[in-house]
Design a protein around this ligand. Structure first.
Ligand code: VAH
Length: 321
């Protein structure tokens, strides 16, 4: 029986991944942990605990006590915030991952690790369109540096110690269940909150900034699919490219106007524009499709309806699109 530890269960990915994993493996077998309390539905549906991935003693004790067999280590400082606290971001993002990899190396019961990488591993010298799985990766952001280094460590622990660590280079992820968390792609979350709150949004990126994006349900499905794939089918031990769709702020604004005609937007690029300008516009995820049948269901139109309805419901507004 799988016993799963989620580190970062209160975050954007963790808050939805915990729910889906509990549906598959049973509520009592999925342990939600974070530095802050997770959502009510996570607290009320299964075990949860405050846990700091940097507290190695407590982490090891937790894993042994609960006979954990898989760890999803999601906690990290995202791109925008990492530029404000470079050394803390390096420490948190790298020490956290290395603690988990070392623990998997030492504790026999821990069979599989998931850790999220990002298209942020790519930099200005990377081909921007349909970026290949294997290509130049010279990130110029702190976040991207931590993700590239993390990928190298995952592959090292697999080759040297046989630790079955798996990873995905997520594009920008869009969901409504948690507030935006300091990422550069989070304009694509904020815009829906502001469209419902005040029918206007001031975007911190230029209107034609194309970035690879994905709705959260597709990302969660891909993550679980990768973790359920037989070991001999995995050919990438750094991190799999994951593309999804590519759109710019102007595309999202146009889609929102189809449902809220009075919605308006203006553009005031900030420091995050320089981050976005170093990332690809679109990603080739054919290797993931070949190795573990990646499928993407949600396009921009479907995502717009889901986001507007979801945010409206959160605010108790009687809107249905
Ligand atoms: C960020 N949401 O903006 C993350 C993501 C591709 C970007 O990794 O930092």
């Amino acid at each position: 029986m799988e016993r799963i530890l989620i580190i970062g269960a209160a975050g954007q990915i963790g808050s939805e991944l915990t729910v889906e994993l509990r549906k598959i493996y049973g509520n009592e077998n999925v342990f939600a942990t974070d530095l802050k309390e997770p959502s009510e539905d996570i607290k009320n549906s299964g075990p949860w605990e405050i846990l700091d991935v940097l507290d190695v003693k407590r982490l090891v004790h937790f894993v042994i006590r609960h006979k954990i067999t898989q760890i999803y280590h999601l906690a990290a400082v995202l791109s925008g915030n990492a530029e404000k606290i470079p050394m803390q971001a390096w420490h948190i993002n790298m020490e956290g991952l290395l603690n988990v990899l070392d623990l998997a190396k030492e504790i026999e019961d821990v069979k599989r690790i998931f850790w999220p990488s990002s298209i942020a591993v790519f930099g200005p010298s990377t081909p921007k369109d349909n970026t290949p799985q294997t290509t130049i990766a010279e990130p110029t952001t702190v976040y991207g540096i931590t993700k590239l280094a993390g990928e190298r460590w995952c592959e090292y622990y697999w080759k040297r110690y046989g630790v079955d660590a798996r990873s995905i280079r997520y594009p920008g992820l869009i969901s409504y269940k948690t507030e935006p968390g300091g990422g550069t792609t989070d304009y694509a979350v904020e815009i829906f909150y502001e469209a419902i709150r005040q029918k206007h949004y001031t975007c911190f990126l230029k209107e034609d900034t194309y970035l690879p994006m994905m709705y959260m349900s597709d990302a969660i499905k891909a993550t679980i699919q990768l973790m359920q794939t037989e070991q001999d089918k995995i050919t990438v031990r750094s991190a799999y490219n994951l593309g999804g769709m590519s759109f710019a702020p102007k595309d999202v604004a146009e889609k929102i106007k189809q449902y809220i005609p009075e919605f308006t937007i203006d553009y005031k690029p900030d420091f995050r524009q320089a981050i976005a300008d170093t990332w690809p516009r679109s990603i080739d995820d054919s290797v993931a499709r070949r190795d573990w049948n990646l499928e993407i269901d949600v396009d921009l139109d479907k995502m717009t309806k889901i986001m507007l309805n979801g945010v409206a419901e959160k605010f108790g507004k009687k809107l249905r699109f």
